[in-house]
Design a binder for this molecule. Structure first.
Ligand SMILES: *Cc1c(COP(=O)(O)O)cnc(C)c1O
Length: 375
């Protein structure tokens, strides 16, 4: 059994994917070919925003937006303490300062109360200018955008949704990757919508921002004269081959994969909620289930469960074993670890179970039985 079975997906979609790859090889437009424009249009339409700008990966997607907004030294960028490192490190790459914020242990997402405290503390200290919030849609569940947006308005901050894990989720009628002033996602193979290599995208309704991002991803070139580089940019484009593969995968994702993972999450919940804490999806929210993550009573119980599952041939993962404030790369930031009781506890007690749309009912039965018997 695989934690996330990409081969099973390939076998189902093989004919379509192979045909698309052949199209690209025959056309020979490997960079920004027509499949890239077609994918961008389809993604923007699905998410419900005006512009989708694809790029090389989900980290660059965040970084390009920070470049476009001129985030840099002296700026405070608020993000979750419990996420993949890129949500925070992009601020450091720009010379800005990531300000890490504790999570709500029920949703694993940034806690709006802790966020407001962090903003007020930053203002009181007077060293940094609060500029931007990067909420993360962890494990596929959108962050609490209604409350985050209120804080952004109150303190005049930009919001950049890190939807690397969130693509496909929603809050009421509004889809993930449409929140904030801009949003990003990743097409890393194991994300909800993944390609066969690296890839990423940015979403926004802002025409000027979209134009700047299209320039920045292509060395800062101007749209009128491609040999006039009017901005300092980078080289960060989505390959035509990856775009072609994503066109096939997007169809499967919207037609059945997203519904299937939600069905699987429901079965897991039914079979496990009496013995472990199962993940919570608040009223009106919809998850894309990048991960299905249970919480145990203690670190010892989590570790023991993982060992027993491994012995039975059932893969599981700890996302994430280290909150960001404990990462060596962030050691120079003076952080008070008592500010992060929830992310510390969560890192010790969570376990993610296999989750992907090609899990068989037999697999699900084996997994849930193994969890129950191990406990
Ligand atoms: C994967 C991920 C990223 C980075 O995406 P890449 O495509 O790997 O660069 C950023 N933020 C979060 C929350 C992620 O899970």
């Amino acid at each position: 059994m695989q934690f996330r079975d990409l081969k099973a997906q390939y076998l189902v979609l093989k004919d379509k994917i192979d045909a698309k790859i052949r199209d690209v090889l025959e056309e020979g437009q490997f960079i920004l070919g027509q499949h890239v424009q077609e994918l961008e249009a389809k993604l923007a339409d699905y998410v419900g925003v005006k512009h989708c700008i694809s790029c090389a990966n989900g980290t660059d997607a965040l970084l390009l937006v920070l470049m476009a907004w001129g985030i840099g030294p002296g700026d405070a960028v608020f993000t979750s303490d419990f996420t993949f490192v890129a949500s925070a490190s992009v601020a450091s790459v720009r010379g800005a300062t990531p300000v890490l914020v504790d999570i709500d242990p029920r949703t694993f997402n940034i806690c709006p109360i802790a966020l407001e405290e962090a903003i007020q503390k930053t203002l009181q200290e007077g060293q940094l200018t609060p500029r931007l919030i990067i909420p993360v849609d962890l494990f596929g569940l959108p962050a609490d955008y209604p409350r985050i947006q209120e804080l952004a308005q109150k303190y005049n901050l930009l919001v950049l949704e890190d939807g690397a894990q969130g693509f496909g989720g929603s809050i009421k009628e509004r889809k993930a990757c449409s929140f904030g002033d801009a949003a990003t996602t990743s097409f890393f193979p194991a994300k909800p919508l993944g390609c066969y290599g690296d890839g990423g995208a940015i979403f926004t309704n802002d025409d000027d921002l979209a134009a700047t991002l299209r320039s920045l991803r292509a060395q800062g070139r101007s749209s009128e004269d491609k040999y006039d580089n009017r901005l300092i940019g980078v080289n960060s484009r989505l390959d035509t081959l990856q775009a072609a593969i994503l066109l096939v995968k997007l169809e499967a994702f919207t037609e059945y994969e997203l519904e299937t993972v939600n069905w699987i999450a429901g079965v897991y919940n039914d079979k496990l909620s009496d013995i472990v804490e199962v993940p919570i999806v608040p009223e009106g929210f919809y998850s894309s289930w990048a991960q299905y993550t249970i919480t145990l009573d203690s670190g010892a119980r989590r570790d023991a469960l993982q060992r027993r599952l491994t012995d039975r041939g059932i893969p599981s993962m700890v996302y994430y074993p280290r909150p960001l404030h404990t990462q060596t790369a962030f050691a120079s930031m003076t952080v008070d670890s008592s500010l992060f009781p929830n992310s510390r506890k969560t890192a010790e007690t969570v376990l993610s179970l296999p989750m992907h749309p090609y899990l068989s009912e037999e697999d699900i039965e084996r997994i849930t039985r193994a969890v129950r018997e191990s406990l």
